[in-house]
Structures are given as C-alpha cells and as structure tokens.
Design a protein around this ligand. Structure first.
Ligand SMILES: C[S@@+](CC[C@H](N)C(=O)[O-])C[C@H]1O[C@@H](n2cnc3c(N)ncnc32)[C@H](O)[C@@H]1O
Length: 215
C-alpha cells in the first residue's frame, strides 16, 4: 500500500481479520439480498434520480462494481457491466449485459478502457476493499468526464472480510470515510453524503455521490 495515499488513517485501518484470498471466501454463490426491501427501494430511487437507469432519456452504460445477482435498478440501464467475485452470482443477474469476474484486492485496476462508462455504482461493498483509493482512482479512469459515481452502504457486512477501520466506526463516520476516499483520488467533484431512508425501523441506506471531474 502506498503510504502517502492513506496518510492520516490509523495503522491497520484497511487490514482484515480474514486476510485469506477473497476467491476462497466468495467461491460459493450467495443468492441472497444483503439489505431489506426499503433499502433496496432507496437504492433504485437514487439511481432513478441520478438519471442512470433505463427510464432516463439517454441510454446509459453503467458499471456495477462489486456486484452480485441483483443490481437494484428499478429499470435496468441499456448496458450494465457487472464486476464481482462469483461467476454464478453474476450469471444470475438478469440486468447484466457484460460480466467480469475480477478481484479488486488482488488487482485494483478495472479491466475496462478509459471513459468507457457513463456511471459507476457500488452497493453495500466498499467496506471490503483493502486498497479503496486505488480502486476509486481507477473508477475515475473508466468513468467518462461528467459521469456519476454512487457508493451506497448500510449497517451490515461480512465482518471477517470488512476492513477493521469500518468495523471500528459508525454509520456517520462511514459517510465521512467514503467521502474522503473519493476526495483523495483527485478525480471527482466534492462528494455529497446523504441518508436515503427515513428514520425508524429497517436497514438504513447511506449514499456518497460524486461526479467525475471534467479536468
Ligand atoms: C455484500 S455483497 C453485495 C453484492 C451486491 N453489490 C448487492 O448489492 O447485493 C459483496 C460483493 O462484493 C464483491 N466483492 C467482495 N470482495 C471483492 C473483491 N476483492 N473484488 C471484487 N468484488 C468483490 C462480492 O463478489 C460480493 O458480491
């Protein structure tokens, strides 16, 4: 890990208690939903508001980073590239038009050309990245200038695979952490952090949204 990039984060923040290969952890498909219906609906609503789903006037090519068998679009975009660890989960994703099995902790470079997609989404998964700034910097490379990044998260995770710093911080701090990771890439406008679900019972859904800078 490049020390300067992560200056100020406590030592061990991006370590995990299970440091074994992700390929081993994700070798069995998990065809489950990781958040409840209200949180899923909040993700779909966010994508619709950002104009990156299939109801938007302009057809979009979208990358769902750290994807599974569901991508939570109310209406899928014209093209949806899904990148994740488990081929069976990705094969079962009905919205996907392209599928990439790729371990971002082994190699943070996304196997797509420059400015290839109009938007990038990442749902309930950012906490599993051990080199998130490198990954988000490469998100800035594959995203066209002016394209949107939407990172969403809730309060559940696979604790052995989430980085220690995530487990040691609360929901509000998670928003600040994700915003800071996006900021440090130098490739996005100032991120916004919002709670997308109403207060009360049910899974909370937080979102960090930023736009790929045009310079
Ligand atoms: C909690 S699931 C979330 C899946 C999906 N985004 C959703 O909203 O249901 C975490 C996902 O992150 C992906 N993932 C975990 N570690 C990864 C890695 N090192 N590289 C790429 N994807 C990874 C897994 O394939 C898994 O599908």
């Amino acid at each position: 890990m490049e020390a300067d990039l992560y200056a100020g984060f406590p030592p061990g923040f991006f370590d995990r208690s299970d440091d074994g290969p992700d390929a081993r952890f994700y070798d069995q498909p998990r065809l489950v939903t990781h958040i409840d219906d209200g949180a899923v609906a909040a993700v779909g609503r966010l994508y619709a508001e950002l104009g990156i789903d299939g109801d938007a006037p302009r057809p979009a090519r979208v990358l769902d980073l750290m994807s599974s068998w569901v991508s939570h679009f109310r209406t899928p975009p014209a093209e949806l590239v899904v990148l994740g660890m488990n081929p069976e989960e990705l094969a079962a994703n009905p919205a996907a038009t392209d599928r990439l099995v790729h371990d971002l902790n082994a190699d943070p470079r996304i196997p797509l050309p420059d400015a290839d997609v109009d938007a990038v989404v990442c749902c309930v998964s950012i906490d599993y990245l051990t080199r998130p700034i490198e990954v988000l910097t490469d998100v800035g490379r594959v995203l066209r200038p002016g394209g949107q990044l939407a990172v969403t998260f809730s309060n559940r995770c696979f604790p052995t695979k989430a980085v220690r710093g995530w487990l040691a911080t609360d929901d509000e701090q998670h928003g600040a952490v994700v915003a800071e990771l996006v900021r440090r890439t130098g490739r996005f406008t100032e991120p916004t952090v919002t709670l997308r679900t109403p207060p009360g019972p049910g899974d909370p859904l937080h979102a960090v949204v930023a736009t790929r800078s045009t310079v």
